[in-house]
Ligand binder design. Structure first.
Ligand code: ATP
Length: 403
């Protein structure tokens, strides 16, 4: 096992497509790093460069201390697991798992021992003589994993390995991959576009957008301290809400946000935690509010400087909570490129005109009466947990923290 280091790695395809730019990531020995981002952000290209399946235009990749830029894929000692399992249909499970070892002329006894051990780890012992077509999707994915595990490589490289499985199986296999990786402690890069997969699996998560690394951090830090609008909007489901606002200070020194004709107070400790905010006095900011930080005022109480009137357009009662799609008469923030990219990824039109109303998605308590409302147009007052507001610069899209 080994660390994996990418230093200023870039990829320019022959047709001029810039797929990856100046990517630097140091993955520790035994770490599971998830590379996540919307389709086309360059994550597969990055993984294929580590595997040696794609040449590198700029930079350096090291596996352990060894620079592998010009090392052939088979000599890199990494094992890939793809979304398509790429199993040999005419070979049994045992033969499929053993294939790589056989090519390397591993002695028979050792080969059998390693295959049996991998099969046991993956719960495949009873299926070793079956052909792939007689296996379920989850079992096939396990065979593909088995093929990687049995080689005892320096690193696993996984490219959306679960995307062919149905939702329930995906959750189960996700947990299995996590457990296996922790047991084996093999350095792993795991590529996915699914932010839930990223959050639940990764020791750290690297978020990419249009070939550029946006932030790399442990999952909770990514969630609590997103570095910019893109990461804030990409991580979390339902996604963070963004509203246009102006920051004001009153004569008594208190701070608040002007959202159209509404007001949200900014608590003193939020100002203290973000010393950079004070410089935005009287200026525009983009305010981020997570859905779970919005509650029905009828449940938690209405607060002066914490509540907004809203109209519920659509309500999804999920049992444990209610997802409400609300309209508030607060201006939509200006069309920052991060927001356009997020809209594209969500399948919305990125050209949605700036307007005088915004959508606010809320994760409400099931005790909220809105859960029983049928049809749109239900009027509600929501209370925002202002201690948990996020702030972004409307020009750069960066989170506002330091001065
Ligand atoms: P997805 O999740 O859709 O696979 P991704 O994040 O893995 O996306 P890549 O497949 O790495 O993204 O692609 C990054 C960019 O490079 C995209 O714009 C893509 O169209 C482009 N690209 C990928 N392969 C090639 C190629 N062989 N030649 C030219 N451009 C390519």
């Amino acid at each position: 096992m080994a660390s994996l280091t990418l230093s200023h790695v870039g990829k320019l395809y022959d047709d001029g497509t810039r797929a990856v730019a100046d990517l630097s990531i140091a993955i520790e020995d035994g770490e599971l790093l998830v590379l996540v981002g919307p389709s086309g952000c360059g994550k597969t290209t990055a993984l294929r460069m580590v595997a040696g399946l794609e040449t590198i235009t700029e930079g350096e990749i090291r596996i352990g201390e060894r620079v592998v830029n010009n090392v052939a894929p088979r000599d890199r000692d990494v094992a890939m697991v793809f979304q398509s399992y790429a199993l040999y249909p005419h070979l049994s499970v045992r033969e499929n798992i053993a294939f790589g070892l056989k090519l390397r002329k591993t002695p028979k006894e050792e080969l059998n021992r390693r295959v049996d051990e991998a099969a046991r780890m993956l719960g495949l012992s009873e299926h070793l003589d079956r052909k792939p077509r007689n296996l379920s999707g989850g079992q096939r994915q396990r065979v593909a994993m088995g093929r990687a595990v049995v080689r005892q490589p320096q690193a696993f490289l996984m490219d959306e390995p679960l995307s062919n499985l149905d939702a329930k199986l995906r959750v189960q296999m996700r947990a299995e991959i996590g457990r296996l990786q922790r047991d084996l402690k093999v350095t792993t890069i795991y590529v996915t576009h699914d932010q839930t997969e990223a959050m639940t699996l990764g020791d750290r998560v690297a978020v990419m957008k249009t070939g550029v690394l946006q932030q790399i951090a442990p999952p909770q830090e990514l969630y609590d301290r997103p570095t910019n609008l893109f990461v804030a909007g990409f991580i979390g489901s339902p996604a963070m809400n963004f509203l246009g606002a102006r920051l004001r200070q009153t004569d008594d020194g208190g701070w608040h946000l002007e959202l159209g004709t509404h007001r949200l107070d900014v608590p003193a400790d939020v100002m203290a935690a973000r010393p950079g905010l004070a410089a935005y006095r009287d200026a525009e900011v983009i305010v981020g509010i997570r859905p779970e930080d919005v509650e029905d005022a009828a449940v938690v109480g209405r607060g002066d400087g914490r509540s907004l009137p809203a109209v519920a357009d659509l309500v999804e009662p999920l049992g444990a909570d209610v997802i409400a799609y609300l309209t508030v008469d607060v201006p939509r923030p200006s069309g920052h490129e991060h927001l356009a990219e997020l809209a594209r990824d969500a399948g919305d039109s990125p050209l949605m005109p700036e307007g005088t109303t915004s959508m606010l998605v809320a994760r409400l308590s099931p005790r909220s009466a809105v859960g029983g409302a049928t049809g749109g147009g239900y009027r509600i007052v929501v209370t925002v947990d202002t201690e948990r507001l996020h702030f972004f610069d409307p020009e750069s899209g960066s989170a506002i923290w330091e001065g």
